[in-house]
Write a protein that binds this ligand. Structure first.
Ligand code: MG
Length: 370
């Protein structure tokens, strides 16, 4: 934990602490909200998010606080992500800060013991220095001790719910509303089967749609060139799943370039994980939120440009803002990614959402043509 980096968490303005007073309200109202993992309109969005994340797992999620040396000579900020791995197993990864490129400082594995999680196994493959550490998670607190070359100390972190600043953003005048929860009128299956030309995905609570395994991917009937797209998604609770089998879907721009959707909460942030341009570019920061939390993509897409002879003069480009943080800044897209609907890069294309067999949800989808 003692990385030599002291000071404040950078914040970026959208970390919302869950204070003890709020937690007491949750405890009182839990009986009313029990079994409602789907979300509901209205109410405090932070409490809603906390409830839906904890529907999946009570310990999983973001924690924020600080560390200090026992001799009082140094201290600093510290954050952590707790991942639920199923069957009572957990992993916690520590960083200096959220929302900025940050190598993990350390990782611990552990398991459920009664009403708490005990984490005592230091992962030797994570972090750049040797430490001994142990931690306990109980009642929204993640506390522990460490010892290493820089000394021995302790840390105290509290669960925090960090919502995207663009969550629930309303379509501006002139926007093309692609999905507002009411129907699939703007969509069609990417592959029409005999007798089935309608979307077979589910509409669910909180004005969302959900992938139905085997029903196939869907694409907008309208096609677009340059645009700004707003879309919200959440990955399902699949604690025992791993890798590409954990909350996989995707958002294809012009039906050709996939911005990956995956539950890669707490993973490295590779080009095939959430926010990655599939096998083309990794996100600048892994902004993946815990499963069951609504997340946002705000994507600006510029189609390829062509010279008079029809050759590409400028490749397609994309800027992706994930949960309020830019994870691709004018990234050049050399060509369609795997699973593209076609290679006709000179043609406009639709927004295509992938059926990758997992019940990922989407809502509040609209775009502004540029
Ligand atoms: Mg995918």
């Amino acid at each position: 934990m003692v990385s030599g980096v002291s000071g404040n968490i950078t914040g970026r303005g959208f970390a919302l602490n869950v204070h003890r007073t709020i937690i007491s309200v949750v405890v009182i109202t839990v009986p009313l909200l029990l079994c409602s993992c789907a979300g509901w309109p209205g109410g405090d969005p932070v409490l809603q998010a906390k409830k839906t994340i904890e529907c999946c797992d009570p310990f999983m999620g973001d924690y924020q606080g600080g560390w200090k040396l026992n001799d009082g000579t140094d201290s600093g900020s510290l954050v952590a992500r707790v991942i639920a791995l199923g069957k009572g197993e957990y992993r916690v990864i520590f960083y200096d800060a959220f929302d900025v490129p940050s190598e993990p400082l350390a990782a611990l594995n552990g398991e459920l013991e009664g009403s708490k999680v005990r984490m005592t196994k230091v992962d030797p493959n994570v972090g750049t220095f040797d430490i001994e550490a142990s931690a306990t998670i109980e009642a929204d607190q993640l506390n522990g001790t460490f010892g290493g070359p820089s000394g021995a100390g302790s840390f105290e972190l509290e669960k925090t719910i960090r919502l995207s600043p663009t969550l629930g953003m309303k379509p501006p005048d002139g926007a093309v509303v692609l999905f507002n929860g009411k129907n699939f009128n703007e969509w069609e299956p990417t592959q029409k089967k005999p007798g089935v030309d309608q979307v077979q995905w589910k509409r669910v609570k909180s004005r969302a749609m959900e992938v139905v395994k085997g029903a196939g991917s869907i694409v907008t009937k309208k096609k677009f060139n340059d645009f700004k797209l707003h879309l919200e998604f959440r990955t399902p609770c699949m604690p025992e799943a791993r890798g590409q089998g954990r909350g996989n879907s995707g958002v294809y721009l012009q039906g050709r370039y996939e911005v990956q959707v995956l539950d890669s909460y707490g993973l490295e942030g590779k080009d095939n994980e959430c926010g990655g341009i599939y096998k083309v570019g990794a996100p600048l920061v892994n902004m993946c939120a815990p499963p069951m939390q609504w997340q946002t993509y705000d994507i600006t897409f510029t189609a390829p440009r062509f010279d008079n002879a029809g050759a590409i003069a400028q490749n397609a480009r994309v800027t992706v803002v994930h949960n309020g943080v830019t994870i691709h800044d004018e990234r050049v897209l050399p060509g369609p990614t795997g699973g593209a609907l076609d290679n006709n890069v000179a043609e406009p294309g639709g927004i295509y959402l992938q059926d990758h067999g997992n019940p990922v949800q989407f809502r509040n989808i609209w775009l502004v043509e540029l």
